[in-house]
Design a protein around this ligand. Structure first.
Ligand SMILES: Nc1nc2c(c(=O)[nH]1)N(C=O)[C@@H](CNc1ccc(C(=O)N[C@@H](CCC(=O)O)C(=O)O)cc1)CN2
Length: 441
């Protein structure tokens, strides 16, 4: 695909910086670098050059220049990178000079990557993974995005589409040559067995989205318990700072309070909640409702009980994974039978048990991830298309339908899978996907 405009942007981070990288991509690239710095350097070899202003011939900066002739470049177009001094004024003078050329303008967010996609350098899933790689805060997010950027997901979908297309071809052959003897009926049986198998694989793959959400958005831990069970103190101990207000007055915490931890590279969101009790005040009741709602959505609930003053709290609705934590260990006499009621006994005062509890949270999160497959859908967009394609695949299995309809359902299923990686018409998706990027990417 040929774009008339040449685009320019600062591709490196915040200024001032030691070095700044300005990227330029498009048909004017050669002319621009020849005009500013002399003859074209050898492809993909860094050369030290002075960059001159066209107006008064002044040297704007001296820096490294790399030229990537298309199609062997990130975007597939002619690309040049100017690695210059990372001062505000240096960069703004250089950008002004570059955009002063005819048909050269500033790039929109994600526009370099968009061109790479349009030129077949990347597919949509890899593009999304690249956005995630740039936004990754934790090592688990980085590793996950890196793996996705390798394109394993696209290979999987391409393989599924191949199976569907093969199945369709066989079914259509059966329709066309039904009277002839060279298409044995057993072929159809094999084909439908494979599509049934594929339906199961897709279903299992969709389930993996929960694991992707844990990696990307964090493992959600919610602290619940009676008022004064020590929930806010635990939150502060986990945060290793005073995030929550702690008093000995019951009902101090009325709203939800989140902290984010990085446990062994995994993002963990811990939420402190209002104490659960009967007959609360009006404001407190709202807090309790929120606490319960958040608890139901949690990946893990830490249910706290003050061992020196246990209160009965109704948590029948607590269906998900939870850990029962006895608090204020320092206030009670050691009593083994009492300890056995709890998964962990902790003391905020001495710090006893906190490290073990953290380790247990980490292990719970890791166990959830280990249960998922290697290749996971990592956008709601993927899941929606997978679910829709699964519906068509299910419809294709319907033996009450004529073969023509069933073959058509297979085609629709394959098309929807193709939309995930962008192999099939995706114009309408592009703006949404590329707007996730920052400028210069
Ligand atoms: N200086 C610089 N560093 C960077 C990038 C960049 O664009 N510039 N990247 C930007 O994201 C990432 C690296 N990704 C890249 C991916 C492909 C090509 C590229 O030129 N591909 C050509 C040639 C391949 C080859 O020569 O083997 C191609 O695919 O045809 C460059 C960078 C991270 N580091």
């Amino acid at each position: 695909m040929i774009f008339n405009d040449t685009i320019v942007a600062l591709s490196s981070g915040r200024l001032p910086a030691g070095v700044a990288v300005i990227r330029i991509s498009g048909p004017q690239t050669r002319f621009v670098i020849e005009t500013m710095s002399g003859h074209l350097p050898l492809p993909r070899q860094a050369v030290l050059r002075a960059f001159y202003s066209q107006g008064d011939g002044e040297i704007l900066d001296r820096g490294l220049l790399v030229f990537f002739p298309g199609p062997r470049s990130f975007t597939g177009e002619d690309v040049a990178e100017l690695q210059i001094h990372g001062g505000q004024a240096v960069v703004s003078a250089m950008l002004k000079e570059l955009t002063g050329f005819q048909h050269v303008r500033s790039a929109e967010p994600g526009e370099f990557t968009r061109r790479a996609f349009m030129n077949g350098k990347l597919d949509l899933v890899k593009t999304e993974a690249l956005a995630d790689l740039i936004n990754a805060d934790t090592q688990a997010q980085r590793r996950f995005a890196q793996r996705n950027a390798d394109g394993a997901q696209s290979v999987l979908y391409a393989d599924w589409r191949k199976r569907l297309i093969h199945a369709r071809a066989m079914i259509e052959a059966e329709i066309d040559f039904a009277d002839e003897s060279d298409v044995p009926g057993s072929v159809a049986a094999t084909i439908w067995a494979d599509t049934a198998c594929l339906a199961q694989e897709i279903e299992k793959h969709i389930e993996g989205f929960t694991a992707a959400e844990i990696i990307q958005d964090g493992f959600r831990v919610v602290i619940l318990g009676a008022p004064n069970a020590g929930k806010s103190s635990l939150l502060n101990a986990l945060a290793q700072r005073d995030a929550a207000i702690v008093t000995d007055e019951a009902g101090t915490t009325r709203d939800l309070l989140d902290i984010v931890l990085d446990l062994g590279g995994l993002k963990i969101i811990v939420t402190d909640t209002a104490g659960l009790r009967e007959n609360p005040g009006r404001v407190e009741a709202i807090g309790i409702e929120k606490a319960q709602a958040r608890g139901k959505k949690a990946d893990l609930v830490l249910f706290l009980e003050d061992m020196s003053d246990p209160q009965m709290v109704e948590i029948d609705w607590l269906a998900g994974d939870h850990i029962k934590v006895g608090t204020k260990l320092d206030l009670i006499e050691f009593d083994q039978t009492q300890h056995d009621q709890y998964d962990f006994c902790i003391s905020h005062l001495s710090g006893h048990g906190i490290a073990d509890l953290l380790e247990a949270i980490k292990q719970k999160a890791e166990a959830r991830l280990a249960a998922a497959g290697d290749i996971l859908p990592f956008r709601m967009r993927h899941v929606e298309l997978l679910e829709e394609s699964l519906e068509h695949l299910t419809e294709a299995q319907n033996t009450l339908q004529p073969l023509e309809i069933r073959a058509e359902e297979l085609r629709l299923c394959a098309n929807l899978l193709g939309r995930i990686s962008g192999a099939v018409n995706v114009e309408d998706l592009l703006d949404v996907i590329f707007s996730q990027f920052c400028i210069g990417k």
